[in-house]
Each structure stands twice: as structure tokens, then as C-alpha cells.
Design a protein around this ligand. Structure first.
Ligand code: PEP
Ligand code: MN
Length: 342
């Protein structure tokens, strides 16, 4: 249930409503927008009489939310959420604002030369974050599994050398402290989107979370996964569409561009797109990236490798530096036409 306070409602009126609800055992999450305060009420709200709440001073409207997610819904927070990543004055970037934020880098960090060269290439083309996995969720146990902590050290060094923020995947709750010690943003991979223990722990990690859509997840399930992180205390969540499993075999996944405007309507969280996993074929990645940005994506996550033919993971979908540069040049033409910056 959402309690919408009137624009003129003062602090004592808001506190009074919160007190009335908390004394009845409900959790109340407050969202203060530019115009008004909105209260998200979590608990067995069917017991509450909306007419009674509407009589409290300062209450404009009480809305029963039909969606099972509340904190991440647009109804709870009508304004777009801005998610700040990195350090102010150094490598800070903001997702969800005017800027289309690009994160790029290899699928996995492999060695020092690879990550330094890839980071330099993506920085030169205009990326704002370095991506790369040190803990890799591989379909086969015999594939390269990532460098672990050594990979985190290399990623941090390469990101710092280029003034980039760093996003990298965390696969298990036991890795959160370690990964958060190096990364500016923690990625939840598609295979872990419904790992609720991981999501809840990320609610307490103190760093922004990049939540990828599960391979077979509906948009509602994906938003509920984000709700787990938010309900555990972390509202800094950025959603990432990365393609879903369909009957189609001509592409690695089916990039669900339609998810982007649907999310924009249903949730205040930023949504970005990963065209690399979305289509999985190098020469078609740029087309998906352009489409996602045109559809309203707040950013991109793109796999780029200085020598993709030798990559230890996802080489076939990783762009050569020149291809990434060409994509960024195209985006610098498209993005201003959408009233945004890059
Ligand atoms: C990745 O970003 O390299 C990755 C493993 O992605 P996903 O979880 O979307 O498969
Ligand atoms: Mn990958």
C-alpha cells in the first residue's frame, strides 16, 4: 500500500502517519520527492482501512498497489532514482539521469596486460566504468572460472589507471566483503537473479548493485528480485536487460528491448542494457546497443577485449576496440537527439 502525502503536508503530519502505521506493526519506507512525500507500507495491508488513513491530516491519497513489489515501483517513488557509483571528484558516474552511462571491458579479467589494454581502449572511446569478471559463473565446470581475488586486484589497478569506476560480479554471499573492497558496483549475474540469500546480503553491502535479468525471468520476477535488495536496505539498484531464452537459436539469447520501456513505466530504478550477452554475436552487438539506447536505456554494459580471438570467455561476442570506438561515435550522434548526453 502507498500513502501519498499532500505537497503541503509538513513534517509532523508525515511523522504522525508513520507512527500510526508502525505502532500497528507495519514497515514504513519513506520516499521524499521534489514535490511530495510518499510512504510505502509493507505488511498485511489488507487489514488496513484506506478510508481511515485518508482522514489523517496531510494524507492526499491511499493506493492499494496491485503489483507485488512496492519499494521499486513507480507508484512509491514517482521520480527517477539516481544511482551514484564511484567517488565524487574522481570516477563518479550517475545512472538514471541525463547521461547514458557506458560500462565496458572484457568478459573476464585474464592477466595484467589484457585488462590494462582493454581498460585503456574503453576509456579512450568514452566508457565511464570498467567491467570484467573475476568470479565467473560458467555453464561448464571445465571452462575458465576467473582469477578470483587476484583478478579483483588487477581490475582495480586498471580502472584506477584510467580513472574509471569498476563493476564486477559477485556470485556468493561469502564473496561480498571481498568484492565490495575492490569494486564500486556489484553485479548480480543472470544465473543468480533469484539467489535470494545473495540479494538480501547485497541489501546490506553499502555499494550499488547491478542486477541482471535472469535467463528465464519475467519482468515481474526481475522487479521482485530488485525488491529483495531494496527491502533489505539498499535502494541503489540498476537493472540490466541481457537477453532471455526463447525458441530462437539464431542468436545466443533474445534481447528483450521491450523490457526497457516497460521497466521505465513500472519502476523508478535505472535500467541499462547488455547487448553483448543479449545477442551474443560480435557483428550484431552495436545494432542492439543502438536500439536499446533509442528505447530509453540509461546505459550500456558492453564486452570489449583488446584481442577477442584470444579471450578466455565470450570472445565471440566481445568487440574489438575499433568496433567499440565506432559504436561510441554513433552513440554520440544518436544520444543528443534523444535529449540526453553521453
Ligand atoms: C557477464 O556479464 O559476463 C555475465 C556472466 O553475464 P550474465 O550473468 O548476463 O550471463
Ligand atoms: Mn560474458
Amino acid at each position: 500500500m502507498i500513502v501519498v502525502m499532500a505537497p503541503a503536508a509538513d513534517a509532523p503530519a508525515i511523522e504522525h502517519v508513520i507512527a500510526r502505521l508502525t505502532e500497528r506493526g507495519f514497515d514504513v519506507h519513506r520516499s521524499t520527492g521534489a514535490e511530495r512525500t510518499v510512504l510505502g507500507v509493507v505488511g498485511p495491508t489488507q487489514e488496513l482501512d484506506t478510508a481511515e488513513l485518508e482522514l489523517l491530516p496531510g494524507v492526499e491519497e491511499v493506493v492499494r498497489v496491485s503489483t507485488p513489489y512496492k519499494l521499486v515501483s513507480r507508484a512509491f517513488h514517482p521520480d527517477d532514482t539516481l544511482v551514484r557509483v564511484g567517488h565524487p571528484g574522481n570516477n563518479e558516474v550517475t545512472f538514471g539521469g541525463e547521461e547514458v552511462v557506458v560500462a565496458a571491458g572484457p568478459c573476464s579479467v585474464e592477466n595484467e596486460e589484457q585488462i590494462r589494454r582493454s581498460a585503456a581502449a574503453v576509456r579512450a572511446a568514452g566508457a565511464r566504468l570498467l567491467r570484467g569478471g573475476a568470479f565467473k559463473p560458467r555453464s561448464s565446470p571445465y571452462s575458465f572460472q576467473g582469477l578470483g581475488e587476484q583478478g579483483l586486484e588487477l581490475l582495480r589497478m586498471a580502472a584506477d589507471a584510467e580513472g574509471l569506476a569498476l563493476v564486477t560480479e559477485v556470485m556468493d554471499p561469502s564473496q561480498i566483503g571481498l568484492v565490495a573492497g575492490y569494486a564500486d558496483m556489484l553485479q548480480v549475474g543472470a544465473r543468480n537473479m533469484q539467489n535470494y540469500v545473495l540479494l538480501r546480503e547485497l541489501g546490506r553491502c553499502g555499494k550499488p548493485v547491478l542486477l541482471k535479468r535472469g535467463l528465464a525471468a519475467t519482468i515481474e520476477e526481475w522487479l521482485l528480485a530488485a525488491e529483495h535488495v531494496a527491502a533489505a536496505g539498499n535502494r541503489d539498484v540498476v537493472l540490466c536487460e541481457r537477453g532471455i531464452r526463447t525458441f530462437e537459436t539464431a542468436t545466443r539469447n533474445t534481447m528483450d528491448i521491450s523490457a526497457i520501456p516497460v521497466i521505465e513505466k513500472r519502476s523508478h530504478l535505472p535500467v541499462i542494457a547488455d547487448p553483448s550477452h543479449g545477442i551474443g554475436i560480435r557483428d550484431k552487438v552495436a545494432a542492439m546497443a543502438r536500439a536499446a539506447v533509442a528505447a530509453g536505456a540509461d546505459g550500456l554494459l558492453v564486452e570489449v577485449h583488446h584481442d577477442p580471438d584470444k579471450a578466455l570467455s565470450d570472445g565471440a561476442q566481445s568487440l574489438f576496440p575499433e568496433q567499440f570506438q565506432a559504436l561510441m561515435d554513433q552513440l554520440r550522434i544518436i544520444v543528443p537527439a534523444l535529449g540526453r548526453s553521453i
